[in-house]
Ligand binder design. Structure first.
Ligand code: SAT
Ligand code: MN
Length: 595
């Protein structure tokens, strides 16, 4: 097929990749519904996909059991020197990594089709958006990219003859010899997997995995790791944040972005249905926010993605009705269980489990089975536009002006339900020290405290110390227009181990307090760690919360906080002289306030 592309740099790169990877054919993706349906039909025929009888245009995929999640150990920030990648990233020198990966790429697409996917992160025509082009040998990736990004001819058109794009080369790393039968989920062994970023040249190379963020390169690779490095150079922000609009009964709008480590209810918060009368919430994004200072000096946020790649287990009408409402059609399910009726199922879905299902490994499953039916990291890929609470403004090219940043973590003790930073520097301190207890969803022992600064530990494309400095510099530029910064913990427990706060839609009560702080309607109460609500400032109408529980949720224990300081010190020490002095000063101020 002759190429529909007029962009000289793109044509050259595609040609180079084809010579290196030696696919049987090259296909330029047009992003059309026909293209998606054609690829899905072919994958269904080959046995890679299962069309779901119960959900129109929806399919189930089962991955190889060795390829079920992002591989952080195999993810690299390949800057010229190790210190530019910093202590929180894996590093291999660019020449060495390119040498190794070029060897792997040589002939890696033999027997397969090479797809060229021109895509836009952010709506076309937005000053915040960026173009990427992913080359992949996985038709599953093509279909997912259709949902997660804006793909196709419109982008190629916009790329013209010389527009810039971020090249993203992906291969599953499983060439087919002549006559060799394919498997449902081809991929390479773990030691051959590499998820590589070259921030100096805005280049992404991924090899060996077909799953999620390893393979859908617009998401974590481009929109966070590469974009964070670009944003630092250009003076904007690429953050691992949801975007939410809250409207008060008087009609005042508040825009909120929030960063949480995994297993802290970020997707639920992004799609919150407030329980307090008169307050309305709309979702603008569930995972990533790109933010630029607008002409009025305020910070504007835009979700660069166009779909949700969400964790399926635990999602239910009870925990997240809007997510369930998004999943009725046009969805790709990966590693969920299949019911006898031809629908999907996962642990934590509403109602009783099916009496029989096929599990994510393709085996018979019943509730008596010793293993889970769905993999804990089973996912849905669904168009954001289908979300029942998506904001009509979610694709507004200029984004929405942010009033509030929320950081958070899961802590059984110590951290109160909510506190507000005294000022921007203090807020950056809260983000930089954000901590969460590990759950079954994380690697490592359950219940360990892990620091995950700004929920960006696996996603920052440069030295995290420099990233903190960039946050401080953005605050200096924003001045009085800077969003207010809050820290929440929905997961505090009583001494007997029961959750004190009901969470989910009731979190709107805490959001309301934040909005009233912004509106200047409540004063809060100063404490050594920040500003907490006075008990009477939290709207608890209609909630039966025992008084002692409320007191515990809003209790600050100076001794427990003092005991945290050595751990914060140790955390900061890893950044050496890249740690901004202003954060060391914040730690000192905290120490003084604790007395
Ligand atoms: O697989 S993704 O990186 O897209 C999702 C996640 O692990 O956070
Ligand atoms: Mn995420």
């Amino acid at each position: 097929m002759s190429s529909p592309c007029r962009n000289a740099a793109l044509l050259k790169w595609v040609d180079e990749c084809a010579r290196l990877c030696r696919p049987d054919r090259v296909v330029w993706c047009d992003g059309s519904r026909e293209e998606y349906d054609r690829l899905m039909a072919a994958m269904t025929a080959s046995g890679a996909a299962i069309a779901l009888k119960k959900r129109p245009r929806s399919h189930l995929f089962r991955s190889d059991p060795s390829d079920v999640a992002r591989v952080e150990d195999r993810t690299f920030i390949s800057t010229p020197s190790r210190v530019e990648a910093g202590p929180t990233n894996n590093w291999i020198a660019p020449d060495e990594l390119k040498g190794t990966m070029t060897g792997l790429y040589r002939g890696c697409m033999e027997g397969r089709t090479m797809y060229v996917i021109p895509f836009s992160m952010g709506p076309l025509g937005s000053p915040i958006s960026r173009f990427g082009v992913e080359i992949t040998d996985s038709p599953y990736v093509v279909c997912n990219m259709h949902i997660m990004t804006r793909v196709g001819s419109r982008v190629l058109e916009a790329l013209g003859t010389d527009e810039e794009f971020i090249p993203c080369l992906h291969s599953i790393g499983a060439p087919l010899k002549p006559g060799q039968k394919d498997v449902p989920w081809p991929c390479a062994p773990m030691e051959q997997k590499y998820i590589a970023h070259f921030p100096e040249e805005n280049l992404i190379w991924s090899y060996g995995s077909g799953y999620g963020g390893n393979a859908l390169l617009g998401k974590k690779c481009l929109a966070l790791r590469i974009a964070s490095a670009i944003a630092r150079r250009e003076g904007w922000m690429a953050e691992h944040m949801l975007i939410l609009r809250l409207t008060s009964p008087e009609g005042r709008r508040f825009h909120i972005t929030g960063a949480f480590p995994s297993a802290c209810g970020k997707t639920n918060l992004a799609m919150i249905e407030p329980t307090i009368p008169g307050w309305k919430a709309e979702c603008l994004g569930d995972d990533i926010a790109w933010m630029k200072i607008g002409p009025d000096g305020r910070l504007y946020a835009l979700n660069p993605e166009s779909g949700f790649f969400g964790v399926a287990p635990g999602t239910s009408y009870e925990s997240n009705p809007a997510a369930m409402g998004t999943l009725k059609e046009n969805v790709i399910f990966t590693n969920c269980a299949l019911t006898d009726e031809g629908d999907i199922w996962w642990e934590g879905m509403d109602g009783p489990p099916p009496a029989h299902a096929i599990d994510w490994k393709g085996r018979d499953w019943t509730p008596a089975s010793p293993t889970e039916a769905a993999h804990p990291n089973a996912r849905f890929t669904a168009p954001a536009a289908q979300c029942p609470v998506i904001s009509p403004d979610w694709e507004k090219p200029e984004g929405v002006p942010i009033d509030i940043f929320i950081f958070g973590g899961r802590r059984a003790s110590v951290a109160p339900l909510v506190h507000e930073a005294y000022d921007w520097d203090h807020g950056v301190f809260l983000g930089s020290t954000a901590a969460s207890e590990t759950t079954a969803a994380n690697i490592g022992a359950v219940g360990n405290l892990r620091r995950d600064p700004f929920a960006m530990k696996p996603f920052c494309g440069y030295n995290m110390g420099d990233y903190f400095a960039h946050w401080l510099a953005m605050g200096d530029r924003l001045g009085k227009n800077a969003p207010r910064i809050f820290y929440v913990n929905w997961f505090r427990k009583s001494p007997s181990g029961k959750f004190l706060w009901p969470g989910y839609g009731e979190n709107s009560r805490v959001l309301k307090w934040m909005c009233e702080r912004v509106a200047g309607r409540v004063t809060g109460r100063p404490t050594p760690i920040g500003i907490l609500p006075r008990q009477e400032e939290l709207d608890l109408q209609g909630l039966s919360l025992p008084h002692d529980d409320l007191a515990e949720l809003l209790r600050v224990d100076p001794a427990a906080w003092k005991a945290e300081i050595p751990d914060i010190q140790k955390h900061f020490a890893q950044f050496g002289d890249r740690l901004p002095g202003r954060l060391a000063a914040q730690l000192q101020r905290l120490r003084e306030r604790l007395g």
